[in-house]
Design a protein around this ligand. Sequence first.
Ligand SMILES: *[C@@H]1O[C@H](CO)[C@@H](O)[C@H](O)[C@H]1NC(C)=O
Ligand SMILES: *[C@@H]1O[C@H](CO)[C@@H](O)[C@H](O)[C@H]1NC(C)=O
Ligand SMILES: *[C@@H]1O[C@H](CO)[C@@H](O)[C@H](O)[C@H]1NC(C)=O
Ligand SMILES: *[C@@H]1O[C@H](CO)[C@@H](O)[C@H](O)[C@H]1NC(C)=O
Ligand SMILES: *[C@@H]1O[C@H](CO)[C@@H](O)[C@H](O)[C@H]1NC(C)=O
Ligand SMILES: *[C@@H]1O[C@H](CO)[C@@H](O)[C@H](O)[C@H]1NC(C)=O
Ligand SMILES: *[C@@H]1O[C@H](CO)[C@@H](O)[C@H](O)[C@H]1NC(C)=O
Ligand SMILES: *[C@@H]1O[C@H](CO)[C@@H](O)[C@H](O)[C@H]1NC(C)=O
Ligand SMILES: *[C@@H]1O[C@H](CO)[C@@H](O)[C@H](O)[C@H]1NC(C)=O
Ligand SMILES: *[C@@H]1O[C@H](CO)[C@@H](O)[C@H](O)[C@H]1NC(C)=O
Length: 396
Amino acid sequence: MSFVKYLLPALAATKVAFASSDCGDTTLETQVDADGIASCSTISGDVTIKDTYSGTLALNGIKKITGSLKANNATGVSSMTADSLTSIGSNFTLNELTGLTQLSFSQLNSVGNIYWEALPELQSLDFPKGISEAGDVSIINTGLTNLNGINLTQVGDFNIEDNKHLESININELKNSTGVINFSGNDDGLNIEFPNLYNAKGLTFRNVSSVMAPSLTVAKSQLGFWGTGLKNFTAMNLTQTGDLTFNDNPNLNNISMPNLQTVNGGFIIKLNEKLDSIDLPKLQTVGGAIQFTGTFNELEFGSLNRVSGAFNVQSTKGNFSCSSFESEFKQKVEGKWKCDSTNPQASTAAGSTTGSDDNSGSSGKSSSTSSSAAMANGVYPATGIAAVFFALAQLF
Ligand SMILES: *[C@@H]1O[C@H](CO)[C@@H](O)[C@H](O)[C@H]1NC(C)=O
Ligand SMILES: *[C@@H]1O[C@H](CO)[C@@H](O)[C@H](O)[C@H]1NC(C)=O
Ligand SMILES: *[C@@H]1O[C@H](CO)[C@@H](O)[C@H](O)[C@H]1NC(C)=O
Ligand SMILES: *[C@@H]1O[C@H](CO)[C@@H](O)[C@H](O)[C@H]1NC(C)=O
Ligand SMILES: *[C@@H]1O[C@H](CO)[C@@H](O)[C@H](O)[C@H]1NC(C)=O
Ligand SMILES: *[C@@H]1O[C@H](CO)[C@@H](O)[C@H](O)[C@H]1NC(C)=O
Ligand SMILES: *[C@@H]1O[C@H](CO)[C@@H](O)[C@H](O)[C@H]1NC(C)=O
Ligand SMILES: *[C@@H]1O[C@H](CO)[C@@H](O)[C@H](O)[C@H]1NC(C)=O
Ligand SMILES: *[C@@H]1O[C@H](CO)[C@@H](O)[C@H](O)[C@H]1NC(C)=O
Ligand SMILES: *[C@@H]1O[C@H](CO)[C@@H](O)[C@H](O)[C@H]1NC(C)=O
């Protein structure tokens, strides 16, 4: 697409009214090109910022871009501002804008998807209207310290990775995610608050310090915490999850999910050395295996009625009775049975290694049906995620 056709009118007068057909796909190489489309109230197509663009960019006048606003590898762009833009229909893609320090979109409210990656100098967002609607949001390797301005009420996949300065997030209005909310590799002190998140497809947390989601009722595909600094996790209204994992959270001393009834997948609690007590008063059904290992003293299942996979419970110093569990629950467990309340190895990863049990994230019967069943439900097998994570963790 030629930007040249906008140059002449731009030089003539920015007030020239364009027929809407002239306001299609546009590539911007300089501010003059941007001025040339300033009288387009709607751009019916994409606005692409050329990688050779240098300096500040003001996208004034435009109210709506029906397609994408994108810049790849435009390392010379120092700021982007837009005084009238309310919506971007498709992608808002910023990739490798290593010189970008300012994003000011005073009216922006709705975006198809956000894909931002490698914006190391961008420390804050200036979105005073707040982006309340977006599909998928992926924010990777930026200098952001918070996500103020991202005021979503609902989101698809929400992937927040490798933002080394990200310290706190509070998305007060977020009620609903149709995709996976995924945090990893951000500042280890990151505090996350989703005060009103009610229904999520999935939530996975790595390298975070606290997670507050008091209204959560369902995490359909998964809920998992790996290698976090979390001290406690409280979800009073949580009734149902997919795979549920608390793995390697050395400060975790309290898991409170008093209304959890159904885990549609594997349920793993391991390597949480401060966790002394596990109480699951309403848990009835586990669609995969239960694998709890550690140093916990108390363990209570109030209502356990069906476990489709294995039951593997091992503690170094548990004051719970494996024989009463056995008489109460063994006939309700379809997979292998293992219970040991005083296994000195149980506090280490090795302590939980009991053959195939360890891999039975989603089924106790056979690992092949396990992973295909899990995948068919759009669930990542917990062991797969952990494996990927540990592989990635080597890179840091
Ligand atoms: C980005 O631009 C630099 C310099 O122009 C170039 O060397 C590099 O290959 C580009 N990277 C990508 C991913 O296009
Ligand atoms: C939006 O970005 C995603 C991820 O990069 C890409 O798969 C998709 O094709 C893009 N959509 C459009 C309309 O450009
Ligand atoms: C966006 O959310 C933040 C934090 O919850 C809040 O302070 C701000 O007022 C909200 N902005 C708008 C425009 O709703
Ligand atoms: C969440 O959003 C999806 C997509 O818009 C919608 O279908 C679903 O009903 C919403 N769920 C809740 C609980 O609001
Ligand atoms: C979540 O993060 C992990 C680890 O970085 C990554 O492997 C995975 O693809 C992410 N998931 C989504 C849905 O973005
Ligand atoms: C939990 O559910 C109850 C009953 O539906 C509701 O009244 C309460 O506000 C919910 N708590 C939170 C923190 O959302
Ligand atoms: C994330 O946490 C893991 C496990 O605790 C750790 O090995 C890794 O170094 C952390 N990564 C970052 C970027 O802090
Ligand atoms: C949970 O941990 C947070 C800090 O991460 C702390 O402020 C809060 O008091 C703790 N709540 C309980 C019930 O222990
Ligand atoms: C865990 O925290 C909840 C409140 O969040 C509290 O009611 C419960 O007593 C705590 N359990 C333990 C073992 O500290
Ligand atoms: C273990 O539990 C029993 C009954 O639940 C109790 O009587 C006993 O004092 C407990 N022992 C320890 C060391 O906590």
